[in-house]
Each structure stands twice: as structure tokens, then as C-alpha cells.
Ligand binder design. Structure first.
Ligand SMILES: Nc1ncnc2c1ncn2[C@@H]1O[C@H](COP(=O)(O)OP(=O)(O)O)[C@@H](O)[C@H]1O
Ligand SMILES: O=P(O)(O)OC[C@H](O)CO
Length: 712
């Protein structure tokens, strides 16, 4: 059934109720006002945000600026209402849609942010990821996917929260003083709008919570095990609510004062609703700074085996069932155009120049551009990937490079579609698209050509604002989601003009280019000294061979710690080497760890001073930082660092925020145990045959790759 906008019910007197939407994007803040049941924007106002990049790979925003801009945008949008015969009083409710994953820590008493917001695409938590992975069997980044739907990646909020606790003194202090609140941007906005330190409500919705790595997709609540793993106290987290219900009223003496807030959706989920993809099997792709393809799977949580993530699409009321989606996230789409403008100066104006210049050539001239500036998201999830432009010849011009940047967006979308088709078993027949970038006709045609399916462009580029407007209106009875499902709007359609062979050949080349981008970045070693690395490091022998007593030289295969097998070529051994090997293989990891160098004892020394990792990553947890009270120090009866390593302790906090040391139960399922034959993290295999005299050197190599510490 097609229900045109004009047939939607109107309020008494001909005036419709209005729904206001706060749309906080990565680059811009907008305030949009809709007439209920009408998908066209009535008025809107937008301001750019200041993005700060204090270091390579870091991306920060000012939480106070976000609030300031929201109020300015709201004032300006509302000012425009009077010319249209409406007033502020006609706004019956507010919806909030936001960039997801971006994380803020603030003080609940002062209302002040404790650090700039860490943006979703910031990769400072690279090494935090490694530290977490070290605690996971096989360093499997997908280990918790069946709980929270996400891989362990710098993209998600839990890593950012962990980083803030590890690295920002003010955050640790607020945590100890029970004043710390964590939240994604929706939580920050709502807490401030509803009173801030004076009774502000600390909530989020299921869609935003599903991007933290801390929410259990089944219970739709914070998962205690994940909170413990990431060291995030549940009291600091917002309450998780549905996407469509009345949460409270604005109480901030601004122009919005007194208006209800009744809808929250992460911006990609909001675009899914705005695009009217509210039935299982429908999908949309939004092209903004990044690009996000969401496929509605209904009330089924589909676990991807091809690199997609499982996320909550929406939950339309406290008692409504959650609807899920498979998502393919692309970190850089429109961002690549900005890079061409700001870094390479190949274009002056993204909108004016991109299409025009790229359209002056008929192909990329076999040039491929992988914009993996901060790694690759779905379906690769490779934080070690970095951007490349390949296939350059003496004939390559900027036209080819710009066109290759546009094609990169399309190829990345094809990567996602391929994964989605495999996961869902049925290829997508058409692609609904929105986002500012979709105004680029060349991009749209390339997208159809490179995926081989029709591309349907939405009538308005901003479906995110519309989506949350609908769910906010739905919960106060002025906009019906059920009616919206039957709504049909006109679209522009782009049909494929290429042959299967042509598009497949180009896609094969793209995959080759992606391969070349992988493994480029390395994590800083000092921080990657994780528990697992320590355990391996602790096995490095430093003794002279003579000090070890001779043992059985006939043995040629050994079970190290019951798991690690080392095959030995005994024909070339002398007795000293052989006895060393016997010692190496028979003794526990703990025995070997006596070779870990210890630092000079400090005045206030505990054994926990000894290793940089524990100092750098755990100092506050252990009560070792200068801001910790003496009585909060944790004392153990461990005598050597290997005992810490073997116990691999976790710190949790009791209800009084005192640290408690937890020694995890070691089961094959719960903890990482070396399994053989072993390939070390650096790719060195220990299962192959080797001469015994080489073992120490090999271990030294492994060790030096894991650590800055030099072996003597
Ligand atoms: N016509 C266009 N052609 C190519 N890229 C575009 C075009 N219009 C906008 N973009 C790119 O799309 C992005 C705009 O995203 P925007 O909707 O402002 O998103 P965000 O919410 O991610 O900040 C920018 O990175 C810009 O470079
Ligand atoms: O603000 P956008 O459009 O770049 O959206 C960012 C996404 O929500 C990140 O997951």
C-alpha cells in the first residue's frame, strides 16, 4: 500500500504536531524539525564540529561544544518556525540520533567532561586491544561475538572506556570517588538536557548500547563478564532503555526546556528506520564519513561467519521485541574525499569537484585506492591495515586517483554485500542508499556497476534524522511506525551497466590491493607487553648451559607444559646442549621465568613494581599510582613476577569501589593456554625440526619482538 504524505492525518486546526530531532554526527550537529507523519524536513539548522587530532590515529571532539552547538542549532531552527506559522509549543517531543561508539567520561557532580570525547574512528586503543586479546583463547578477536555481536576492535566503546581508565588520572580519581559516568554521545546529551548534575538521567538505548562491546544481545543488559574483562564498573554505565518511550523532559533552561524526549537511535539504525527497511530482509547503505550497510534480520540474531557484526536495529517500546540487524561497517568512505582535499590538495571542494574531475576519465586506469587510514573494518577487521594507492603508472593523473577513491567506497560495499550474501544465503536484490555522499551521481552509477544490483537513492540524504523522528513521534502517539512501514517515497534508481566478467575482474584486482594494505602498521611494543607475551617472555632461558645437569639424551620429542611440542634433531647435539634442552622442556614456565629482569626495588616496593606492563596498564588497579590511598593497595603473597604472570589477575571493584583481586579459574575454555604445535604471535613456528643449540637464539628473537626490554 502506498500512503502519500498528503494523506497523513493532521492535527485539529490544520496544524500538525512537530517532532524535533537532534542529530549529532561525526562532523556536524543538526537540529531538524518535522511535521508528524510527514517525511520532509520542515526546518533544520546545522553547525560544523571541531575535530581535534592530537596524535596520529587519534580523533577527539569537545563534549561541551556538542552541547553548545545543539542549543544554538535548536534556537536557529525554532526561529525559522514562526515564518511558517508554527511556534516552539508545537514541538511535542524530541528524538536523538548520534554518531555511535564515540565515548565520553564525565563527573556526575560537576558535569564536566574528564577528557575530550574519543571518536569512534580513533585508534589509540590499538594496544588496549592487544592487552585484552592476550586474555582470550587463541587471541580470538571474535571470542565474544556470540555474546555481544562484535569483534574486539578499537572501534567499540569498551576499549575507549578501558583506555580512559588506564590513562587519565581524572577518570581514575572520579571512579574511586564514585563520580564517574561513562556514556556514548546520546547519554551525554540526554544527561545534560535533563538537568545534568541536578538530576540528569543517565540512560542510553539498545542500539547505542549494542555498540559498546559490553551489552549482552540476549538480555539487552550490561554483561557482567564483559564489564569485568574491560574493567568498566556497571555503576558508571547508563541504564539501557528501548529506542521509543518517554524517558523524561528537557530541564536545562534552554529553548527546548520542558519538551519530552521519547526516541533514541544510533544514526545508522536510525537511517534503517528512515529508509523504511523495517521488515526482515531489507537493507540500506548510508554514505557519510564512513559507510554503514545494515540488513534487517527481524527478531533473529544472525551470527555472521563472514566478518559482519550483529547489532540491535531498534526496539520500539519497553515491551516490544528487539529487532536485530547484520551490519557491515566501513571506516572510510566520504572521509577519503576529505583526505584528497585536505592532505593531497587534489580537489578544492568535495561536492563540486569530486564528481566533475573523476568524470573526466572513463576508468581509474587500473589504479586502486584502499583508504585503510585507521585499519579496515568489516569484513576484514584488520587494525594493522593502512592506506595504499597502487597501480600507478607514468600516465596516472589526479583524475584517476579521485575516481579510484570513489570506486573504493563501492568495492568496500561489495565486500560487505558478498559477506552478507554468504551469511544470509540470499543475495540482496537492490540497495537502498542515503547519506550526503549519495548526491554524487557518478558514485551511485559506479556503485550499481560494481555490485551488479540496482541502487535506489532516497529522496532526502538525511534518513538518520527522519528515523528517530518517527520513533520519537511513535511513542507519544503522533507518528505511527506501523503506518510508516507502508509508506512509499519516490527514489532515483541507478541500474548496472557492466557485465559480470568486467565487474568481477575489477573486484579481483581490488582484493589484491586489499591484500597489499594488510599488516602495514605495527603496535608500539612497550604497550603490547601483554599477559600472554609475558608468559612467553618468561620462558626465555638466560642461564649458561653448564649449570644444568645432564639428562636423558635419547628423548627427541617433548611436551612443554603439557601442550607445546618441540621436535629435536638429537644427531647433532653435544651433551651440554642436550641437558639444557631437557631442562627447558621439563621445567615449568614458572621456573624459566626467573630470567625476567627485575628492577631495583623502590622505597615503597611491592613485587608489582617489577614489570612495565603492570605499571603502565594496571597501576591504579593495583593501588600503585600516586592518587591511590594506601589502604587501597592490594597485597598478595606472591614473591616473584612469574607468579603474577601465572595468576594473570583481574581487578574488580566492590560496592565501595575498593579493588578486589580476582584470580580467574583456569579452564581451557576460559583462559588462554598454549596449545601445540605452536605458532608464536610473531609467526615463528616451534613445531618444526630445529637444532637444539638454536633454541636460545630463537627464544631471544621472540622475546625481543615482544618487548622493549633487552636480554642480557
Ligand atoms: N558529492 C560528494 N561526493 C563525494 N563525497 C562527498 C560528497 N558530499 C559529501 N561527501 C563526503 O561525505 C562526507 C559527508 O558526510 P556527512 O554527512 O557530513 O557526515 P558525518 O556525519 O559522517 O560527518 C564528507 O566526508 C564528504 O567528504
Ligand atoms: O556520524 P557518521 O555518519 O559518520 O556515523 C558514524 C557512525 O555512527 C559510527 O559507527
Amino acid at each position: 500500500m502506498v500512503v502519500p504524505d498528503t494523506e497523513m492525518p493532521v492535527k485539529e486546526g490544520g496544524k500538525k504536531s512537530l517532532v524535533g530531532v537532534i542529530d549529532d554526527g561525526t562532523k556536524t550537529v543538526r537540529f531538524v524539525i518535522y511535521e508528524a507523519e510527514c517525511s520532509n524536513e520542515l526546518v533544520s539548522y546545522q553547525l560544523d564540529k571541531t575535530e581535534v587530532q592530537p596524535q596520529e590515529g587519534w580523533s577527539e571532539q569537545d563534549p561541551l561544544e556538542i552541547m553548545h552547538n545543539i542549543r544554538i542549532c535548536a534556537e536557529n531552527a525554532i526561529d525559522q518556525l514562526t515564518e511558517l506559522g508554527y511556534s516552539r509549543e508545537d514541538i511535542v517531543t524530541l528524538g536523538i540520533t548520534n554518531q555511535r561508539e564515540t565515548t565520553i567520561a564525565w563527573d556526575m557532580c560537576t558535569g564536566q567532561p574528564l577528557h575530550p570525547a574519543i571518536a569512534w574512528n580513533d585508534i589509540r586503543t590499538d594496544s588496549t586491544v592487544d592487552a585484552i586479546l592476550a586474555k582470550v583463547p587463541d587471541r580470538n578477536k571474535n571470542y565474544f561475538k556470540n555474546i555481544c555481536g562484535l569483534p574486539i576492535s578499537p572501534y567499540f566503546s569498551a576499549l575507549k572506556m578501558r583506555w580512559l581508565k588506564d590513562n587519565v588520572k581524572a577518570v581514575r580519581k572520579a571512579s574511586r570517588d564514585k563520580r564517574l559516568l561513562f556514556g556514548t554521545v546520546d547519554s551525554w546529551i540526554i544527561w545534560n538536557l535533563t538537568g545534568g548534575p541536578h538530576g540528569g538521567i543517565h540512560i542510553t538505548d539498545v542500539t547505542n548500547a549494542s555498540r559498546t562491546l559490553l551489552m549482552n544481545l540476549e538480555t539487552l543488559n550490561w554483561d557482567p563478564m564483559l564489564c569485568r574483562l574491560f574493567g568498566v564498573h556497571r555503576n558508571t554505565l547508563p541504564q539501557i532503555r528501548s529506542s521509543s518511550e518517554v524517558y523524561g523532559r528537557v530541564e536545562d533552561c534552554s529553548v527546548l526546556d520542558g519538551i519530552r524526549i521519547s526516541g533514541i537511535l544510533g544514526n545508522q539504525q536510525s537511517a534503517l528506520v528512515g529508509q523504511n527497511c523495517m521488515s526482515a530482509g531489507q537493507a540500506k547503505n548510508t554514505y557519510r564519513s564512513g559507510c554503514f550497510l545494515l540488513y534487517n534480520t527481524g527478531t533473529r540474531k544472525v551470527q555472521s561467519t563472514h566478518g559482519l557484526i550483529t547489532t540491535v536495529a531498534y526496539k520500539l517500546g519497553p515491551d516490544a521485541p528487539a529487532v536485530y540487524a547484520l551490519e557491515g561497517s566501513i571506516a572510510v568512505a566520504g572521509g577519503a574525499m576529505k583526505f584528497l582535499r585536505d592532505n593531497l590538495h587534489l580537489i578544492k571542494d568535495v561536492v563540486e569537484d569530486t564528481e566533475h574531475i573523476a568524470g573526466q576519465v572513463f576508468s581509474t586506469g587500473d589504479v586502486y585506492f584502499v583508504p585503510a587510514f585507521s585499519g579496515l573494518y568489516a569484513p576484514y577487521w584488520r587494525k594493522d591495515a593502512r592506506g595504499i594507492i597502487c597501480g600507478l603508472t607514468a600516465f596516472t593523473t589526479k583524475n584517476h586517483i579521485i575516481r579510484a577513491a570513489l570506486e573504493a567506497v563501492c568495492f568496500q560495499t561489495r565486500d560487505i554485500l558478498e559477506a552478507m550474501n554468504k551469511d544470509c544465503g540470499m543475495p540482496l536484490a537492490k540497495l537502498h542508499v542515503d547519506g550526503r555522499m549519495t548526491s554524487n551521481d557518478l558514485l551511485m552509477q559506479l556503485q550499481a556497476d560494481l555490485t551488479g544490483i540496482p541502487v535506489l537513492r532516497a529522496q532526502s540524504w538525511d534518513m538518520s534524522a527522519l528515523g528517530v523522528g518517527i520513533v520519537a513521534g511513535n511513542s507519544v502517539g503522533v507518528w505511527s511506525c506501523d503506518k510508516w512501514k507502508h509508506h512509499s517515497a519516490s527514489t532515483d534508481t541507478f541500474l548496472p551497466t557492466t557485465t559480470d566478467d568486467d565487474r568481477d575482474a575489477r573486484y579481483t584486482k581490488w582484493k589484491m590491493a586489499v591484500q597489499r594494505s594488510l599488516g602495514w602498521a605495527t603496535t608500539k611494543k612497550s604497550i603490547t607487553m601483554t599477559g600472554q607475551a609475558k608468559r612467553k617472555y618468561s620462558m626465555v632461558p638466560q642461564k649458561s648451559y653448564e649449570s644444568i645437569s645432564p639428562t636423558d639424551s635419547r628423548k627427541n620429542s617433548y611436551d612443554f607444559n603439557g601442550k607445546l611440542e618441540i621436535e629435536v634433531d638429537t644427531s647433532t647435539l653435544d651433551e651440554g646442549v642436550n641437558s639444557y634442552n631437557e631442562d627447558l622442556l621439563q621445567y615449568s614456565a614458572r621456573k624459566f621465568s626467573i630470567y625476567v629482569p627485575l628492577k631495583t626495588k623502590k622505597v615503597e616496593h611491592t613485587i608489582l613494581d617489577d614489570v612495565e606492563y603492570f605499571m603502565a596498564k594496571k597501576e591504579c588497579d593495583y593501588g600503585m599510582c600516586e592518587c591511590c590511598d594506601d589502604e587501597k593497595k592490594i597485597s598478595t603473597n606472591w614473591e616473584s613476577i612469574e607468579e603474577i604472570i601465572e595468576n594473570d589477575p583481574e581487578i574488580i571493584f566492590d560496592s565501595d569501589d575498593n579493588p578486589i583481586l580476582v584470580e580467574p579459574v583456569r579452564t581451557p575454555d576460559a583462559l588462554l593456554i598454549d596449545s601445540g604445535p605452536v605458532v608464536m604471535g610473531n609467526g615463528i613456528s616451534l613445531s618444526k625440526r630445529m637444532h637444539l643449540e638454536k633454541i636460545p637464539a630463537i627464544f631471544r628473537t621472540i622475546c625481543s619482538k615482544f618487548s622493549n626490554a633487552s636480554l642480557t
